[in-house]
Design a protein around this ligand. Structure first.
Ligand SMILES: [Zn+2]
Ligand SMILES: [Zn+2]
Length: 478
């Protein structure tokens, strides 16, 4: 192929062999004009839009339900949710003050990590996978435990949390998604908590949660539980355990809470921006190891949005998902059952369609030969006449297509004479192994030189007879 590369270089283009279209008196191929349909299609599109709004819950709600005004420099202070904003903005500063004024006690450091994981798992294994998604079933004891530790993460009651999260899944990336990633990283991370919601989240069914006695217990006692589990109990454990009340409050209490908060917030922000989409890329959720690392395994978010009731976020053994391992442990010790898993065959379909999409995108960067509908159809006789014309064109018929090989004939690896002999004839057999069985690259290069389609694919015997091109063979008598 070296000389072809040289040819290409000489021609100054990567497509040196694309020939000019044939000059034919009349083309037998006519493309139907689409212009007639244009006016009616405009009318249809108005009707279609109306129908879409009528039948689409999101579009209908956004159109009919008013939202709060956009946040601007002049109105922002009226739109802030002050209690939440104060808690979220103050806690990092209190934690920093504690860091610089409190001495480290190793037991408190270990306990801080321990309490971070416990309250964090209350959210990931409890609020998220158990209550919001029903990805597994848990005994009443486990439900109370998860709800108690989940309250220590100070993220609202499980019922409130799950209602918003179900809306997030149902209306992902729309204005009915309470933490719509299209509103920016800041908004989806913490902005939606600092400011009053611009509109109510889309409807989501939480009747199962309102019937659950453990959830209702936590909902009623949420503030007390949150205060006890986030500040009082860690302070008391460190104080009564090894005399470090101050460290217990600042480290296991406040500093840990900052990390638990931002860890969960990253699921709504980072997990919708960072990483790739191996299962579906129509929405923002993405898979990334870093997100998984900071969210106790919730970082395989593309998978999670595709298969939300699967108790796993990470599929592979080497992917970091401690929440999945914890749920499997719960099952082992009899605290959990009915762990839901989507069939791997269905999961692989997601991977397959994304692989096809990537391949298709790659294919769009390549120039392909003209397709049947783009080429004129001429008869074998017209092809013969055109071949005889002294216009410098070298036409050759292979596999039903007529190719203009004028620019290629001198670079033909089999020599110029080989092609010259087949001009005006059907060279299909010669090309397909009669002389040389050409490789795929040769097929591809040849296809780029298509200029017409030969009617009936080649020389047709019954037409030859009818047109008197050949004599009817004399019958052979025994
Ligand atoms: Zn999400
Ligand atoms: Zn979820």
């Amino acid at each position: 192929m070296v000389y072809i590369a040289e040819e290409l270089e000489k021609a100054g283009t990567s497509l040196a062999y694309i020939p000019k279209p044939l000059e034919l008196p009349t083309t037998t191929f006519e493309q139907k004009a689409l212009s007639n349909n244009e006016s009616s299609s405009t009318m249809n599109s108005v009707q279609e839009e109306e129908d879409f709004i009528k039948n689409n819950y999101v579009a209908r709600t956004l159109l009919n339900e008013s939202s709060l005004p956009p946040i601007t420099w002049s109105n922002w202070y009226k739109e802030v949710n002050w209690p939440q904003a104060t808690l979220l903005c103050l806690e990092p500063f209190i934690a920093l003050y504690g860091l610089f004024t409190t001495s480290f006690v190793w037991q408190t450091t270990v306990f801080t990590f321990f309490w971070y994981f416990l309250t964090g798992f209350g959210i990931t294994a409890g609020y998220h996978r158990l209550f919001a998604h029903r990805a597994y079933e848990a005994t009443l004891t486990l439900r109370y435990l998860l709800l108690t530790f989940g309250a220590g993460a100070v993220q609202g009651s499980a019922q409130w949390w799950s209602r918003g999260h179900r809306a997030h899944h149902r209306y992902t990336d729309t204005d009915l998604d309470p933490y719509n990633a299209h509103k920016g990283v800041f908004y989806s991370h913490i902005g939606w908590l600092i400011f009053k919601p611009r509109r109510r989240p889309g409807v989501a069914d939480v009747t199962d949660l309102t019937r659950d006695i453990s959830i209702q217990w936590q909902h009623r006692n949420y503030l007390t539980l949150a205060f006890l589990m986030s500040f009082v109990i860690p302070t008391l454990i460190c104080g009564l355990g090894w005399g470090d009340y101050r460290g217990g409050y600042f480290f296991a209490g406040v500093l840990r809470l900052v990390f638990v908060h931002h860890s969960t917030f990253c699921v709504n922000s980072l997990a919708h921006y960072l990483g790739n989409a191996p299962f579906d890329d129509r929405h923002t959720p993405r898979d990334h190891f870093i997100t998984a690392l900071v969210t106790l395994g919730e970082g395989y978010h593309n998978f999670h949005h595709e298969f939300p009731s699967d108790y796993r976020n990470a599929l592979k053994w080497f992917q970091y998902d401690p929440t999945k391992l914890l749920i499997a442990f719960f099952k082992r010790v009899g605290l959990a059952s009915n762990l839901k898993e989507f069939p791997s065959n269905e999961i692989e379909k997601g991977r397959y369609s994304m692989a096809c999409k990537a391949l298709d995108k790659f294919g769009q960067t390549i120039k392909w030969p003209k397709q049947n509908l783009e080429l004129p159809i001429i008869t074998f006789e017209q092809y013969q006449d055109l071949s005889k014309k002294d216009d410098g064109r070298v036409l050759i018929l292979i596999a039903g297509f007529i190719h203009d090989v004028s620019h290629f004939i001198d670079s033909h690896p089999g020599g110029r004479a080989m092609i010259k002999n087949l001009v005006g004839k059907d060279a299909t057999v010669s090309f397909y192994g009669g002389v040389h069985d050409h490789n795929t690259a040769a097929h591809n290069i040849l296809a780029m030189m298509r200029v017409a389609i030969c009617k009936y694919g080649g020389e047709v015997e019954h037409l030859k007879k009818r047109l008197g091109h050949v004599q009817t063979p004399t019958p052979i008598f025994a």
